[in-house]
Each structure stands twice: as structure tokens, then as C-alpha cells.
Design a binder for this molecule. Structure first.
Ligand SMILES: Cc1ncc(COP(=O)(O)O)c(C=O)c1O
Length: 392
């Protein structure tokens, strides 16, 4: 069977106006990194999020690396994090010496809850990592209150949930750090790679541009000549008296210009994805063996369209969809504690029954924004037919 609906790594195509922005920067930009388009994207993004500080990065992993550095784990302190996520959510914190404590997800919502997190808090806990997986915004009012009550840092991995909100407050703006991805597969993508970091605390604002760009900064005295003693200075970045390592995590001007432009279309893309997801879910409601999370509100952007099938037919369903219909469903996200890498790090044990149950029974349908109505209809029809067939 030829592949008819692929689980593609590309989320959307670009409008002529968006392509024109790219060409314009290619032709006219004075420099192709760290210029006016970076500033524009950061300003526009901060305004979209209603936050004060936003910093572009080359991807969300770089934003997570910066966050992990700024948290300053002392080697004993703990990070509470879900095992049900993409590896880049957690590994940067491991590198910075955080002791990871796995927290389970809620089976229905597939994300962490305040109650589950609270069970894991000890006197060593320093920070909580929330991942709004699949595009669903976790219960941030409750989690923010919990973090405040225990005086913990709160980090939101918003790579998949851009544009979602609760009570008019956007995902990523509840935490002390908000991390965003513009990777090829995300609801908006800056040509394959791109990221953003938002921070609450003003004390980080001077540090982040230096950390992001090799420790470059200005001289702290007035110079007679702009080229003497050098064009710019490089200095140690210190936070609370401790040096923090620098890197180059900059995002190029073309990507920044495109990112700023894409913000105009973000809500529309999210709305279209949500409407399609709800329609798909509703058509399949006569088949309760397939369970979706149905959220017809701005709290979900349906970055991904996932379901569970707990009657033992999950693998047969995926196989038949692929072999008989050419529709490629997949299984995501392998719980981190099960990966060889995390086992070798000593993080292979986790008491997370909902995570295990969800992963072992989940199905992720192809759900790119570029899918035509015909492709979506074909996938819907194929799903109905295979479900019927499996009932025998
Ligand atoms: C939940 C989550 N966190 C972090 C990342 C890392 O994002 P990036 O590829 O932009 O580094 C991704 C996906 O790529 C993700 O899905």
C-alpha cells in the first residue's frame, strides 16, 4: 500500500507574504544575525505573551539549556519533571547537576497536576518543570500557587502549546521561565529551527544576551575610539557570585523576521487545528475503544492529535492503518526513564503508572496543518473502517 497520509516532520507551508519577508531579509539585511529582526521578533513575542522579556534562541533546547544554567542547581537540589516528554525537556537540567525526580501525568489530560507534583516535593526541591505536552495547557493557576507556596522555581516547557491560555493568561507566562520551539514540526516554524525564552525576573535580563552570545558585552567605561581597545568586550557572566558558562545560541535574522510575521497567523493556525481535531473526535465518538481528550477551547492547540486504545488492539490498529490504508500513525513519547540513556544516568526507576499506561496504549495520528480536507477525510474514513473491522 502506498503511503497516503504520512506522519510528516513538517507542520505547515508558508503564505506568499511570509515568503516575501524571507526574500526581503535575504536581499536587504545589513547583517544576518543579531539585528533589527531579532529585536522585532522579541518585542512582538513579548507583547503576544503579555510578558516583559523574551529572548530568541536557535531552538527550544538552547532556551532550556539557558534556563537550567540560570536555575543554578548545587548538585543536591531536585527538579520535579515528567518522564512523559521529549528528552530535551529534561537533559539540560541533568547536565547542570539537577537531581531529577520523576512525576506522573494525569491519565486523562496527559500532563502533570498540582497534586501529583506536591507528592514529590521534598526539602531538596528547587524547581518544577511542567510540559504542556500535545498542546494542552496544564492547570497553571494551581501549579503556580503550589510553586509560590513552597517557594520553588517554575519552568514551563511550552514547545508544543504556544498560543494556549487559561483565564486570558498564555501558556509560558505563568512560570518563572517559558520555553518555546519553532521547530519544523511545531504549530509555527521558523524554517525548521528556532526558539524563545521568556523570563519573569529582571535580574536575568542583562545576563541572557551575554550567555547567548559567547560572553560578549560592552565596556563599562566611555571610549574615545570605537575600535580601541577592541570592538567589544568579553567578560565572565556571574550570577549570585558564581560564573555561568557562555555559548552561542543566537537565531538568525531571516528566521527572526519570519517568526515575527508568523505571529500574525498563529491564532488562526491553532484555531484551524482545534476545529479539525474536534471534528475528527466527534465523528469517532461511536467508537469508545478510541479515547481522545476533547477540549474545545483555547486551552488546547492540538499540536498533536492523540488517543488511547486499551482493548489490546492498539498495535493491530496502527499496523492495519499503515498496511491497508497507507495512513502512518505513530507512538510518542517513550517515557524518559525507559531510555537506555536515562537508565545509564541512574534515572531508570520511576513510579509513574499513568505515564506507563498512557504510553503503552497511545496512538498519535498524522495531524499537520498542511493536510488537505481530502486527506483528513480519507484518514477519518480509514479510521472508521479499521475500527469496524477490528470489532469483527
Ligand atoms: C516538549 C518539547 N520540549 C522541547 C523540545 C525541543 O525543541 P527544539 O527542537 O526546538 O530544540 C521539543 C521538540 O522538539 C518538545 O516537543
Amino acid at each position: 500500500m502506498e503511503l497516503k497520509v504520512d506522519f510528516s516532520g513538517r507542520s505547515h507551508f508558508y503564505t506568499d507574504e511570509e515568503k516575501a519577508v524571507v526574500l526581503e531579509v535575504m536581499d536587504s539585511s545589513n547583517g544576518l544575525t543579531q539585528g533589527i529582526y531579532r529585536d522585532k521578533f522579541e518585542r512582538k513575542f513579548a507583547a503576544y505573551q503579555s510578558v516583559s522579556h523574551a529572548y530568541t534562541t536557535m531552538n527550544a533546547t538552547a532556551a532550556l539549556e539557558l534556563t537550567a544554567q540560570l536555575c543554578q542547581f548545587n548538585g543536591e537540589e531536585e527538579l520535579i519533571a515528567p518522564s512523559h516528554t521529549f528528552t530535551a525537556s529534561v537533559y539540560p537540567f541533568v547536565k547542570q547537576g539537577a537531581k531529577v525526580v520523576w512525576v506522573d501525568i494525569d491519565f486523562e489530560s496527559r500532563v502533570v497536576t498540582a497534586d501529583l507534583i506536591e507528592e514529590k516535593i521534598t526539602e531538596k526541591t528547587k524547581a518544577i518543570l511542567v510540559v504542556h505536552l500535545y498542546g494542552y495547557l496544564a492547570d497553571m493557576p494551581a501549579i503556580r500557587a503550589l510553586a509560590d507556596r513552597y517557594n520553588l522555581l517554575l519552568i514551563e516547557d511550552t514547545a508544543q502549546a504556544i498560543g494556549t491560555e487559561i483565564n486570558g493568561k498564555k501558556a509560558g507566562s505563568w512560570g518563572d521561565f517559558g520555553i518555546f520551539s519553532f521547530h519544523s514540526h511545531k504549530n509555527i516554524t521558523t524554517l525548521g529551527e528556532g526558539g524563545m525564552l521568556t523570563v519573569k525576573d529582571n535580574k536575568f535580563c542583562e545576563l541572557i544576551p551575554m550567555l547567548r552570545h559567547n560572553g560578549h558585552c560592552g565596556f563599562d567605561y566611555n571610549r574615545d575610539n570605537y575600535w580601541i581597545p577592541a570592538m567589544g568586550n568579553v567578560d565572565i557572566v556571574e550570577l549570585n557570585g558564581t560564573p555561568v558558562e557562555v555559548n552561542n545560541y543566537c537565531l538568525g535574522e531571516v528566521e527572526c523576521a519570519l517568526g515575527a510575521k508568523l505571529l500574525d497567523r498563529l491564532d488562526q493556525i491553532n484555531d484551524e487545528k482545534r476545529a479539525r481535531a474536534i471534528n475528527f473526535i466527534d465523528i469517532l465518538q461511536g467508537f469508545p475503544e478510541l479515547q481522545f481528550q476533547r477540549i474545545d477551547s483555547i486551552r488546547h492547540n492540538y499540536h498533536l492529535l492523540v488517543a488511547t486504545m486499551e482493548n489490546g488492539n492498539r498495535d493491530e490498529f496502527i499496523r492495519r492503518m499503515y498496511e491497508q490504508k497507507g495512513v502512518k500513525c505513530v507512538v510518542q513519547y517513550y517515557p524518559l526513564h525507559r531510555y537506555d540513556y536515562y537508565k545509564k544516568l541512574g534515572l531508570g526507576e520511576a513510579d509513574v503508572p499513568n505515564t506507563d499506561r498512557f504510553y503503552d496504549n497511545m496512538i498519535s495520528f498524522p495531524f499537520q496543518h498542511w493536510m488537505s480536507d481530502e486527506e483528513l477525510e480519507y484518514m477519518t474514513k480509514s479510521t472508521l473502517e479499521i475500527l469496524q473491522e477490528l470489532r469483527g
